[in-house]
Design a protein around this ligand. Structure first.
Ligand code: ATP
Ligand code: MG
Length: 342
């Protein structure tokens, strides 16, 4: 009766904005009980932004799940013979040299995505690796902010977890040979993450090094502005809308062609059809960006609000602020969704 509630804070250490969302399990129901964000000023430190986020967020939990992305991480989808989880962990360590072509020290983890069947006895396994120095550094940073790092995930997979928590239709979880897939696409500041889900399981993921920062640079060049001025013009200026659209056109073109390549590849390789593209991340808020991507990828596309279907504790969260930033909170929500399996 007096058991403490299960709560976790998902901490998204984005390259331009640190975002934190607290989810509390009330009975079986995940409820958003806290939210805060801090933009990183040029040259600003992530540590300070984390401290600010926790000061302003008034979270009740100190238990933090954060994420990693970028060059320090490696993701592979392998086909392996059937084996137990402990055998799999051992087998993966043997394969480490093939998975990570680097002299640096990496920490590997793996997850069976799909067990084999009578017709196809191989099982599909996801292997994730991250440079150990990066993982340790991040855990230490979180600890030195007075918090408890309970897990570190991949941002790419936080997308999938947010989808599972908020959107996944019941039919998607049914195993079988359904060939329909959903592509989750999060356009951040430095990177765009894509994770393609079939039958509730990830079958492809990738980071594309294009995002909102490239759009800001393009606006700065076209209008001869400093970076911070270009950022403001990109976000709010009604007067320069047409020029902003023209400036960011080539960035969107590059991004869309990378997205097309990925989707064509996964459709061809896995024999499936991407029937839905869910767009998120601050980068898609740029004028015309979502429409451009929709047209270019030529598949049904919609903006994804990861709060859809989740209850929000209005006594603890500024709902207007939360809704305003909702499309950029997918990773934070996905990280916090670990509370469900705690
Ligand atoms: N209203 C807006 N119009 C256009 N762009 C916007 C708007 N609001 C935010 N952005 C852009 O969104 C980006 C920040 O989004 P987000 O918080 O998803 O990125 P991040 O997580 O910090 O980056 P990354 O995932 O690449 O590390 C910035 O590039 C910012 O310029
Ligand atoms: Mg991000």
């Amino acid at each position: 009766m007096f058991r403490s509630k299960k709560r976790v804070v998902g901490l998204d250490l984005g390259s331009s904005v640190v975002k934190a969302v607290e989810i509390t399990l009330e009975g079986q129901e995940p409820v958003i009980t806290g939210f805060s964000r801090a933009e990183l000023p040029p040259g600003g430190s992530v540590d300070d932004a984390v401290k600010q986020v926790f000061k302003e967020g008034r979270f009740r939990s100190k238990r933090v799940v954060s994420g990693v992305s970028g060059q320090d991480t490696v993701v592979r989808y392998l086909s392996m013979p059937q084996m137990s989880d402990s055998e799999l962990q051992q087998a993966i360590q043997f394969e480490a040299d093939k998975i990570v072509a680097s002299d640096e020290d990496f920490i590997l983890d793996c997850l069976p995505l799909q067990r084999g069947t009578a017709e196809d006895p191989e099982m599909s396994v996801l292997v994730a690796a991250c440079q150990s120095e990066r993982l340790n550094g991040q855990a230490q940073m979180i600890q030195s902010a007075g918090l408890l790092p309970i897990a570190i995930d991949l941002d790419l997979f936080a997308l999938a977890n947010a989808w599972e928590l908020c959107v996944m239709p019941v039919s998607e979880s049914v195993e079988g040979r359904d060939t329909r897939a959903t592509a989750l696409v999060d356009v951040g500041s430095r990177v765009t993450s894509i994770n393609v889900m079939r039958g509730g399981v990830s079958c492809f993921s990738r980071e594309i090094p294009i995002g909102g920062a490239n759009m800001t640079q393009a606006v700065a060049r076209r209008l001869s502005l400093e970076g911070f001025e270009a950022e403001a013009v990109k976000r709010t200026s009604e007067d320069h809308q047409a020029e902003v659209r023209t400036a960011i056109g080539p960035v969107l073109e590059d991004l869309a062609s990378e997205l097309m390549l990925s989707m064509d590849y996964v459709e061809h390789n896995e024999g499936l059809t991407v029937t839905e593209v869910l767009l998120s991340g601050g980068g898609v808020l740029a004028p015309g960006a979502a429409e451009y991507v929709e047209q270019a990828v030529a598949r049904p596309t919609r903006l994804w609000n990861p709060l859809e279907g989740l209850r929000v504790d209005v006594n603890r969260v500024d709902v207007e602020e939360l809704e305003a930033w909702a499309p950029s909170l997918v990773v934070a929500v996905g990280l916090a969704s670990r509370v469900v399996n705690q």
